[in-house]
Design a protein around this ligand. Structure first.
Ligand SMILES: Cc1cc2nc3c(=O)[nH]c(=O)nc-3n(C[C@H](O)[C@H](O)[C@H](O)COP(=O)(O)OP(=O)(O)OC[C@H]3O[C@@H](n4cnc5c(N)ncnc54)[C@H](O)[C@@H]3O)c2cc1C
Length: 428
């Protein structure tokens, strides 16, 4: 990761607020905390450290928001991939309950942060729908909804007729509506977070890849192209772009591309016929399809696409055909953008926090739901960085465990996607 890469050709790159200046680091620095990666995880941690008067320096190889953070679906979804009961079974009553409270609170946390810092990023909280198109998924979603309701969460299970009213399609037989979900403009949000972090006192440097990391006496030493950083503590927040900076870390995740296609603004009438109340939706299926209508009436359809960088809507014709199948009234509408980025999947589908050596913290693997989660993780990571290993956080801190046979995973993932696509087409 040496030469500066342009932003993916997304709708967001064409419509975001202007970036704050983040010049490359050009002189050696000694700091309290160095953060590698300028996505939501790194920027939010820097902001929360700076709020508490701790000197934080972000090193970003490209520009803030260049990774998944500036290119995602923009859905703010509460919770983790697993059900609340499963989380408690996996981590026990105490940590499990804290993980549930934390993860389901991440959207309120994020929208509150946006309000507090007045970040202009088209944020709304109109709810998240998790929708099922087969009986097995509907039963699973209903079970999840019951678990949430039992815990007093603002969640409702919707039947076929109710989902049709909210989505304008009869594809779904049931859905869970979580009132805490919402959406935002991902790149404007990333840039706003960078601005907030800098105003609070953090330093953010773009075009500054961390090239190597090693101990140097009592501190950690990070080499960058034009400067050396000495830091008491280091956070690695490189997610789907994790390289070999820390041994074996790359092999703990599978970096997967997810793609999005966006239409030109729809007429009010057509937009209303699809999602009159503007929640966001993700499907529970073999391949997750997710969509929303933004504040300018554009339909943004997301899902799995090619496992390589793409440039135009024609690269994700599958998503377009799928959208036209859901809402025949959009046939003929122009699709203006098609792009993708990489996210990190973990084997157990939980986000991972590691502390492989003293004063090294690592956070990655939001498994496709990191907009709100990474933002809120930032506050937890800041707490851990300030308080050290004694500062309890609401996520497990685990050892680094490379995925066995990792070298074969990308092929395996691709095959699974293809198999899923075939099954989805057959509607089973
Ligand atoms: C297409 C797509 C759609 C998604 N949709 C949603 C959604 O709707 N809702 C949701 O909740 N989540 C979604 N996600 C997931 C979400 O975007 C991520 O979980 C989140 O942005 C992760 O943030 P991050 O800061 O951890 O990583 P990133 O934003 O990927 O940031 C990592 C950064 O590290 C930098 N980096 C890597 N190596 C180095 C190095 N050696 N030196 C310096 N910098 C380095 C990279 O340049 C990159 O900018 C989606 C992801 C994708 C790709």
């Amino acid at each position: 990761m040496n030469a500066r890469l342009p932003l993916p050709p997304s709708l967001y790159a064409d419509t975001a607020v202007a970036p704050v200046a983040t010049p490359p680091l050009d002189g050696d620095k000694t700091v309290s905390v160095a953060i590698v990666g300028g996505g939501y995880t790194g920027l939010s941690t820097a902001l929360h450290l700076a709020e508490q008067g701790v000197e934080a320096l972000v090193l970003e190889a490209q520009e803030p928001g260049w990774g998944a953070s500036g290119n995602n679906g923009g859905h703010t979804n509460p919770g983790l991939k697993h059900d609340p009961d499963q989380i408690e079974a996996d981590f026990g009553a105490d940590l499990g309950r804290r993980m549930i409270d934390f993860s389901y609170g991440t959207t309120n946390f994020t929208h509150e942060l946006i309000r507090r810092y007045q970040i202009p990023c088209e944020a709304r909280q109109n709810g998240t729908l998790r929708a099922a198109y087969n009986e097995a998924s509907a039963a699973a979603i209903e079970k999840t909804a019951q678990q949430c309701i039992r815990r007093g969460m603002p969640v409702t299970y919707l039947n076929r007729e109710q989902v049709r009213e909210m989505t304008g399609t009869d594809r779904y037989i049931g859905a869970m509506l979580d009132a805490r979900g919402g959406d935002l403009h991902p790149l404007s949000y990333a840039r706003g977070l960078a601005r907030a972090a800098i105003s609070a006192g953090a330093k953010v440097h773009g075009e500054t890849p961390a090239l190597s990391l090693r101990r140097d006496g009592a501190r950690w030493r990070i080499e960058t192209p034009r400067a050396i950083v000495h830091a008491e503590k280091v956070l690695l927040a490189t997610n789907g772009f994790t390289d070999d900076l820390w041994p074996a870390l790359r092999r703990t995740i599978v970096p997967v591309f997810s793609s999005i296609a966006a239409t030109a603004p729809l007429s009010d009438e057509v937009a209303r016929s699809i999602m009159p109340t503007r929640p966001v939706l993700y499907e529970s299926g073999h391949i997750t399809v997710y969509y929303r209508i933004d504040q300018h009436n554009r339909l943004l359809m997301g899902g799995r696409g090619p496992m390589r960088w793409i440039k135009s809507p024609s690269d994700v014709a599958y998503l377009i055909r799928y959208a036209e199948r859901l809402w025949p009234q959009i046939k003929g509408v122009a699709w203006t953008h098609g792009w993708n980025s990489r996210l990190a999947i973990t084997k157990d589908h939980y986000p991972h926090v590691h502390e492989p050596a003293e004063n090294i913290l690592i956070s990655l693997g939001c498994n496709g739901r990191g907009v709100a989660l990474s933002t809120a993780m930032g506050a937890q990571l800041a707490r851990r960085l300030i308080g050290g290993a004694k500062a309890e956080i609401d996520m497990p801190v685990t050892g680094i465990k490379p995925i066995p046979m990792h070298a074969f995973w990308p092929v395996g993932v691709t095959t699974a996607v293809i198999a899923g696509r075939v099954r989805d087409r057959l509607g089973i």
